[in-house]
Design a protein. Structure first.
Length: 562
């Protein structure tokens, strides 16, 4: 691991902010590092408000989208809500369809089949709309590059409203409205919303048009928070507001589908991290193993008994998914070793029988072993399909763009992408991608980095600090859990290994004459020798609260030791 201590921010800014907020300089430092430099910005950060959400009509084409939906309703047209099969897509479809159905019955949903239709808008979906007298399709979390598909729909007199958050190409589809803050001609103040977030802005605009207040939309925020967490978008601006209030809905009064997913969870209060690791994988598992429709059925079900039945089926899909990704990861690692590719700048692997639904997860698993841009291919019909994942600070989308001559199509963003290509192009693409990455990646990026906010002493950790750090939540990209470095630590002699394979490390640490703290290092069991016999060491960690038998204690969640 590469430890990087963030540069200390401007001391005057830190001192001024500390004085204004009446906090110590450590908290002020953490805020300034996050771009929060004034009392007003700090108030917005610590007290997110739905009043701070932007006017949805600031988004380019929002007026056209709302007008077309209202015309469809006035004319009794059939509307189809179309979305991708991942968490962002299925939550977005559930959100927009359930909002529209709350006052208009002629609304259908459509999730493409991952294996038969692939990612994004499909001709099969358009044909389904044509066969069923549907004249308006609202596409969520996809469509920004679907030039040919929209032209095909236009020939059949089917209008499209596109709600996407991916980067557009040089040309926009010829749709009635294209809602995407990443459009160059869109001046919407915040361009980091996920697909479900764009869907929320659409229903916010529709609600305004119907004289509804934001309070009427609170019941949908559990879906938005789930999508924000799963899609790993920046936890800033509107995302942070929507995630915070969405978490409150999840913890107080979630929809029956989410309630059914979390009812066996022992924790009293779920965090964004819990949403990422508990709720999101289960929603995703439906589209990976069976069909994304199962996720929409769960998330739009209002009867708890029925929702529990759906959740039970999805739990089984998630179990199957775990078995599959474990097996395929082993096979992919074997392939890398057999082909003697451990020293390359990229990982590109392929097997025709790998399950298409888990190759994205496998790509992430491979990065845990070989930390470099990774693409996992499988056979999909007569083509190859792949999922790509990147390492911190390397733009894999740009690398794919530079290798695009070998691809049929691709889409995504800096850290994750999907693509298809002809099988005969595989080796040429693999070589071209390796060359692009090796020519452009900084060698440091091939070592995992721990970004450290500040160096502190154990005596700096007290109840007030912990209470203020808790108010930094919800955490996510650009507002990560604060990470600290402390030197000259010693274990008091209680170091031990935990876990089935003794992979975790449990310590009780002290620094000179300070009070001691319990510490847990998940996956750090191999560091036991470093701390034995009270040898001094340095640690990088986050500050956690551990709840056990009703008692809450402060503990250090170790990220690395040396």
């Amino acid at each position: 691991m590469r430890w990087t201590l963030k540069p200390k921010p401007d001391s005057k800014k830190v001192t001024d902010l500390a004085n204004q907020l009446k906090v110590d300089e450590l908290i002020a430092t953490l805020l300034v590092q996050r771009g929060i430099e004034t009392f007003a910005q700090a108030r917005q950060f610590f007290r997110p408000s739905l009043d701070d959400l932007h006017n949805p009509y600031l988004m380019k084409d929002m007026d056209k989208a709302v007008a077309r939906i209202e015309t469809a309703i006035a004319n009794g047209e059939n509307i189809m809500v179309f979305g991708d099969y991942d968490v962002d897509g299925t939550t977005a479809v559930s959100l927009v369809s359930s909002y529209l159905k709350s006052y208009y019955p002629n609304v259908a949903t459509y999730i493409p089949d991952r294996y038969d239709e692939g990612y994004g808008i499909s001709y099969k979906g358009i044909d389904y709309a044509d066969d069923n007298g549907i004249s308006l399709i609202i596409a969520l979390d996809c469509g920004i590059k679907s030039i040919d598909h929209i032209a095909y729909a236009n020939e059949r007199n089917i209008d499209f409203i596109i709600c996407d958050h991916h980067r557009p190409g040089d040309e926009l589809p010829n749709a009635v409205a294209v809602l995407d803050p990443k459009r160059e001609d869109c001046s919407y103040p915040y361009d980091e919303l996920c697909g479900c977030g764009i869907g929320f802005k659409l229903i916010q605009a529709l609600a305004e048009n119907r004289n509804q207040t934001i309070d009427a939309l609170l019941i949908y925020l559990d879906l938005v928070a789930t999508a924000i967490a799963a899609d790993i978008v920046p936890m800033t601006g509107e995302n942070r507001i929507l995630a915070k209030f969405g978490l409150e809905v999840i913890n107080r009064n979630p929809r029956p589908g989410i309630k059914a997913l979390i009812q066996n969870v022992k924790k009293k209060t779920l965090t964004i991290t819990d949403v990422v690791f508990i709720i999101a994988p289960r929603i995703n598992a439906a589209g990976r193993i069976k069909h994304g429709n199962a996720a929409v059925s769960l998330l739009t079900e209002y009867d708890l008994d029925q929702a529990e039945q759906f959740a039970s089926e999805i739990e089984q899909h998630n179990s199957d998914r775990k078995d599959l990704d474990k097996q395929i990861t082993i096979e992919a690692l074997d392939q890398i070793e057999i082909n003697q590719e451990a020293d390359k700048f990229t990982t590109v692997v392929y097997h025709e029988n790998w399950h298409k639904g888990v190759i994205g997860i496998v790509a992430s698993r491979l990065i845990e072993t070989y930390y470099r841009p990774t693409i996992v291919f499988t056979k999909s019909g007569d083509k190859l399909a792949a999922s790509a994942r990147s390492v911190k600070d390397f733009d894999i989308y740009n690398a794919l763009e530079a290798s695009a001559e070998h691809l049929e199509q691709f889409g995504g963003h800096m850290y994750a992408a999907g693509m298809t290509m002809k099988e005969e192009n595989y080796l040429n693409f693999k070589n071209a991608f390796e060359k692009v990455v090796s020519d452009s990646i900084h060698p440091d990026l091939l070592t995992p980095e721990i970004s450290i906010d500040a160096e502190i002493n154990l005596e700096d950790i007290n109840e007030r600090l912990v209470r203020l750090l808790n108010q930094f939540e919800p955490f996510g990209p650009e507002n990560m859990t604060p990470t600290f470095l402390t030197k000259n630590l010693k274990d008091t002699g209680y170091a031990k290994l935990l876990g089935q394979n003794e992979e975790h490390l449990k310590l009780f640490v002290k620094q000179q004459n300070s009070a001691g703290f319990g510490a847990i290092g998940f996956g750090l069991g191999n560091k036991l020798e470093l701390v034995k016999n009270q040898k001094p060491f340095e640690a990088v960690y986050c500050i956690d609260e551990n709840e056990f038998n009703g008692n809450v204690t402060v503990q250090l969640r170790l990220k690395d030791l040396r």
